[in-house]
Design a binder for this molecule. Sequence first.
Ligand code: ADP
Length: 264
Amino acid sequence: MIYTLGIDIGSTTTKCVILGDGNKYIADSLVIGGAGTKAPDEAFKLALKEASLEKESLSAVLATGYGRFNFSETSLQMSELSCHARGAYHVYPETRTIIDIGGQDAKVINLSPQGKIANFVMNDKCAAGTGRFLDVMAGVLQLKIDDFEMEADKADKSIRISNTCTVFAESEVISQLAKGENISNIVKGICESVATRVSYLAKRTNIEESICISGGVARNGAVRKALENELGRKIKYSQKSQFLGALGAASYAFEKFESSKEVL
Ligand code: ADP
C-alpha cells in the first residue's frame, strides 16, 4: 500500500491524516499548538505511531495551513483552501459549499460539481466569528471549550452578545456574570453570536446545497445548530470535520507521488 501523510498546521492546532492508496483513512492525530510551536513535529510522530508506521514508509508528505512553509519533513505545500476543498469532496462528494471555522479565521468556499474551487470569502481580520472568540469567552467563563455544547444545551434562553468586537464582548460577558446571569444562557448567546457572524460571511456568496462544515469550531453542536437556523439549511458534519484540511493534503500528496513515482 502507498502511504501518504497530510499535515495541516493551523494558527491554533496541528492535524495529521495518513491515507493508504490515496483513499483509505489509516490514522490521524491532533496536537494543540500551531505554526511556530513543537506541535507539528509531535503531531507527525503521533500519526505515525497511531498507524504503526515508520517515517520511511511514507511515500509523500504534504503540508497545508498557516504554518505550511516551516515544516522540515517536507518541501511539498498546498493552500488550505485547496486542501479543505479536496478533503470535503473526499468525504461528501456532493458538497457545493464548505464553511470552515478555524482558530483565527473563517472561510466559505463554493465548489463546482467536480470539486474545484468556484469562489470563496474569508474573514481573517476580526476574531468574532472564529474559534478565537470562543477561546477568549471560555477563559472568562472558566469553562473548557469542549464543554460549550453541553452548557448551551442546558440553556432556557439565550443572552445575545451585542458587541461584535471580541474585547467589548468580553466586557459584556463579564457584566452579565456580575448581574448573576446563568452561565448556560450566556454560552448559548456566545455560540449564536459566532454563528451570526459566520452566516453574514456565508451570505456574501451564493450558498449552494449541499453544505458541510469543517474546522475545530464545527465540533461545537450549539454553533452548528445556530448556523443551520441562520441559513435555514441543513449542514453536514462529521466527527472528522477538524481533519478535512489534513485529509485533503494527504490526498494531494498521493496525487503528487503518483505523477512523479518518486518518494517525496
Ligand atoms: P486552526 O486550523 O486555525 O488552527 P482549527 O480548525 O483546528 O484551527 O480550530 C481550532 C478552534 O477550534 C479553537 O480555537 C477552538 O475554539 C475550537 N474548538 C476545538 N475543539 C472544540 C470543541 N470541542 N468545541 C468547540 N470548539 C472547539
